[in-house]
Design a protein around this ligand. Structure first.
Ligand code: GTP
Ligand code: SPV
Ligand code: MN
Length: 611
């Protein structure tokens, strides 16, 4: 074991609390070396990872990695929020007592990094100088080099982010130990993995994975779960699984900002990278602030609702990303961007990569191609022929600087004022293209009753219809009733209220096809929403919100039949009345649900019955 103090000294990490924390976990995990990293170490770490076979070259400045076959997505069952107060127990947070989980995780982690390097990753989940920066500082300890490489792309990394803390003990302790992946019983009754956020101790303990949200602890565990808890405990802010975009109207010079929650793998990255449709491109420009997390607070000076993206990169779904659906994403991961691909198909001979939907058909010449498990495509039996080449939750990792439509002020301390908050998900029927909601309680009610199909971003649930409140179901940190009250309080305190809307790009016809072309055309309903907020259009009032008329929507150049358009702009009253019954059951599960939410539910129910 090398001298830990020497490593900390060399990095200039003087904070005694940080030093004590590093010592404690280095001892407990039995790591052989300690190395403090910063973004400046990226080139060296990439070279080491290539040398060690953890990465393979995938073109100039592009890298390919494969995770263990049973470690390809977040595990919701194994994810726990622990605190010292049972009142924090919610329906979705898998609450457990802090002391029980801490000792269990220490047991799992003891000696589990023997022979490995423990990397110390000081990070900041905020633009530097942001009002919420005191809640955004953390130190991840990990025994996986690929996790470091991802963290460098996804967050601001370096010892300098730990300097000048008002309270030197106010940093999140985020410990990641990979474990012996081949012997953890993933998905069996004897599953040994645990992904725990001890929220009231601001400590994150994740054991048994090296993939995505299970391992990049700044992102989901801190950026969403821990921050949601902190935002509530401090009564200061919200941390949501939201994308955040700017829309510039070049004709009027006005800038608008929209944030919104869609469940995992349901279109946030694509919306944030959206190129305006050709016919609208002269007038409108969409800029990217964030694609997965937004923290929201009321700005003291202006009294307005503000938002910012705490992340520094994109961990995006590969599937169906192509020149037609998302040219911006392809540019973000082009040669020279230092992007990392995980679990897609790879050709070590030609250094090419491929995933389902990259091109209509996979490469015709299968020579050299390996599927995401590393098996040669050419050796597939007739039975295996239909299996995907890439894992459905395979992803690309790139930094915000590579995103062509990144907002000029994405790194500014101030954040941006929020004009609209939208919710949506994969819903094959009932939910129209867009319905606008002008009342705060009805907007929060709508978010709480977001029902959508689960996706492959979580293990083993694809296609199952379920409620995913505010798209936060896997990231809920405390009770849902308290969450609703906190949401009402934060947004309600803003001087100008944002408009809410529910959107759905995923309604399907009887033959299974998507009725709405989606992607770039999604700008059209959003422009309508802003016009509605500005009083330029009035839409059509329905019991579940305001829907655009066909005339109000700019549909110039949209490929859709009049019948399909009619379907996605119509409310099926009978179907909605049935839904209200399910919603009631869903909401009844939540303790302390504010009366305003029940009132909103009753108002919508009555309106549907009267229609
Ligand atoms: P997480 O990173 O898991 O939180 O997901 P996300 O919400 O950012 O999802 P993302 O934008 O990466 O989209 C996931 C999948 O949805 C991809 O396969 C997209 O191609 C597909 N998708 C996104 N937008 C649309 C759309 O407008 N229409 C259709 N049909 N598919 C879409
Ligand atoms: C999600 O699953 O919602 C993600 C990817 O954004 S992960 O970081 O793996 O959680
Ligand atoms: Mn996400």
């Amino acid at each position: 074991m090398v001298d830990i103090d020497a490593a900390l000294d060399a990095a200039g990490l003087k904070n005694p609390h940080v030093r004590e924390y590093v010592h404690y976990w280095a001892d407990l995990t039995g790591a052989e070396r300690v190395e403090v990293v910063s973004a400046a170490d990226d080139t060296r770490l990439i070279a080491e990872a290539l040398e060690a076979g953890e990465l393979d070259p995938a073109g100039d400045g592009l890298y390919y990695s494969r995770s263990y076959v049973k470690d390809t997505a977040r595990s919701e069952e194994r994810t726990i929020v622990a605190t010292n107060d049972e009142k924090d127990k919610g329906v979705y947070n898998n609450w457990r007592p802090a002391s029980e989980m801490t000792s269990l995780l220490e047991e799992r982690m003891r000696g589990a990094s023997a022979g490995k390097t423990m990397y110390v990753i000081p990070y900041l989940m905020a633009p530097p100088g942001n009002a919420l920066a005191p809640y955004a500082t953390g130190v991840e300890l990990t025994d996986a080099r690929t996790v470091v490489l991802h963290m460098i792309r996804m967050s601001r990394v370096g010892a300098e982010f730990l300097e000048g803390l008002e309270d030197p003990n106010q940093f999140v302790r985020a410990v990641h130990v990979t474990g012996d992946l081949e012997n953890l019983g993933q998905g069996t009754p004897d599953d040994k993995r645990y992904f725990v956020t001890v929220a009231d101790e601001r400590t994150i303990l994740h054991f048994g994975s090296s993939y995505g949200g299970n391992a990049l602890l700044g992102k989901i565990a801190h950026g969403l779960r821990q921050a949601a808890y902190d935002g509530w405990a401090s009564r200061k802010f919200l941390a949501e699984q939201y994308m955040l975009i700017g829309i510039k109207d070049k004709q009027t010079g006005k800038d608008y900002h929209i944030c919104g929650g869609f469940p995992s793998a349901s279109g946030k990255t694509n919306l944030a990278m959206m190129l305006a449709p050709d016919v609208l491109g002269d007038r409108y420009h969409v800029s990217f602030y964030g694609d997965d997390i937004a923290w929201l607070w009321v700005d003291e000076a202006s009294g307005k609702l503000y938002g910012m993206n705490p992340e520094y990169g994109v961990f995006g779904v590969a599937k169906d990303t192509n020149e037609g659906t998302n040219p911006t994403a392809l540019a973000s991961i082009a040669e020279g961007t230092q992007s990392i691909f995980t679990n897609i198909a790879y050709n070590p001979v030609t250094k090419e990569v491929w995933w389902e939907g990259r091109t209509p058909e996979p490469p015709a010449d299968t020579a050299g191609w390996l599927d995401w498990k590393g098996a040669p495509i050419a050796d597939r039996t007739a039975e295996q022929a239909g299996e995907p080449w890439a894992h459905p939750n395979s992803r690309f990792t790139t930094t915000l600087d590579n995103v062509p439509n990144i907002a000029a002020d994405y790194n500014a301390a101030a954040g941006v004022p929020i004009d609209a908050i939208i919710f949506g998900g994969r819903t094959r029927d009932r939910e129209p293209l867009i319905r606008a909601i002008t009342d705060l309680a009805e907007g929060v009610y709508d978010g709480l009753t977001l029902g959508a199909e689960a996706t492959s971003a979580a293990e083993g649930k694809e296609g199952v219809l379920r409620y995913d409140p505010m798209s936060n179901r896997p990231f809920m940190a405390y009770g849902e009733g308290d969450y609703a009250a906190h949401y009402l309080k934060i947004v309600g305190a803003a001087k100008e209220q944002p408009i809410f809307a529910h959107v759905n790009w995923f309604q399907r016809g009887d033959d299974g096809r998507f009725l709405w072309p989606g992607y770039r055309d999604n700008l059209r309903p959003l422009l309508w929403l802003l016009q509605l907020k500005n009083g330029e259009v009035s839409g059509r009032q329905t019991p579940v919100g305001i829907i655009p008329t066909v005339e109000e929507l700019n549909l110039d150049g949209v490929d859709i039949t009049p019948e399909d358009l009619e379907t996605i702009l119509t409310i099926d009253n009978a179907r909605w009345q049935q839904e209200m019954g399910y919603r009631e059951e869903h909401l009844k599960q939540f303790d302390n649900l504010p009366e305003e939410i029940w009132e909103a539910h009753r108002r919508v129910t009555a309106a549907l019955e009267q229609e």
